[in-house]
Design a protein around this ligand. Structure first.
Ligand SMILES: [Zn+2]
Length: 193
């Protein structure tokens, strides 16, 4: 099975900004870039083929280019890594999936549950995208040829406690290794790779 991993957003337009901890000031794009190479390595150790790509590789910064970049890899599954931002008290992990896919929902639910556990944050679960074209990342889900997911491990953009937890896990190398196992396990259970 081949997996495409993407950082959310782009260098020129980084999305939310990490609000506290050792990566305070990092945008979503920069933070994902800090751990995606190690995450890819840990997935390869589990026997998966992994290709890193990003919106800019397809020539743009909007979600449509996530789909194009993922499609160009020929991957079976694509995961784009973000973090959330809202009011300071909002917390938890969620994984976005295309609303018509029951299998996608199962994978997103499992991934969200286990990542929430790893981070020690509430599990917000699987979030369906696709009912309306103005939903978060709509074109990425709509135009990708493989099951496409956006992973939002926590509210590092607005919740200082979660930003610190997430930053410490990334810095220690634990996030990449543990998230690699979580993703590989969930792929095995749901997609049977
Ligand atoms: Zn984002």
């Amino acid at each position: 099975m081949k997996l495409a991993l993407l950082p959310g957003h782009a260098r020129e337009k980084e999305g939310a900004t990490c609000c506290a901890g050792c990566y305070a000031g990092f945008g979503e794009w920069a933070l994902a870039r800090a751990y995606l190479p190690s995450l890819a390595e840990s997935l390869r150790e589990r026997g998966l083929s992994v290709q890193l790509t990003q919106r800019a590789d397809a020539g743009g910064t909007s979600p449509r280019y996530s789909a194009r970049a993922a499609n160009a890899t020929g991957a079976d599954i694509a995961l784009e890594w973000h973090f959330n931002s809202a009011a300071p008290a909002t917390q938890g992990c969620e994984v976005l999936y295309w609303h018509k896919s029951a299998t996608g929902k199962r994978f997103a639910s499992l991934l969200s549950e286990r990542l929430a556990d790893l981070l020690g944050v509430p599990n917000r679960g699987a979030k369906p995208i696709g009912a309306a074209p103005d939903e978060r990342g709509y074109s990425a889900f709509r135009e990708s040829r493989m099951p496409f997911f956006m992973v939002e491990p926590c509210f590092a953009g607005s919740n200082p406690r979660e930003a610190e937890l997430f930053g410490n896990l990334i810095k220690s190398g634990c996030f990449a290794r543990a998230a690699g196992n979580i993703v590989a396990d969930a792929l095995g259970i749901v997609y049977g790779y």
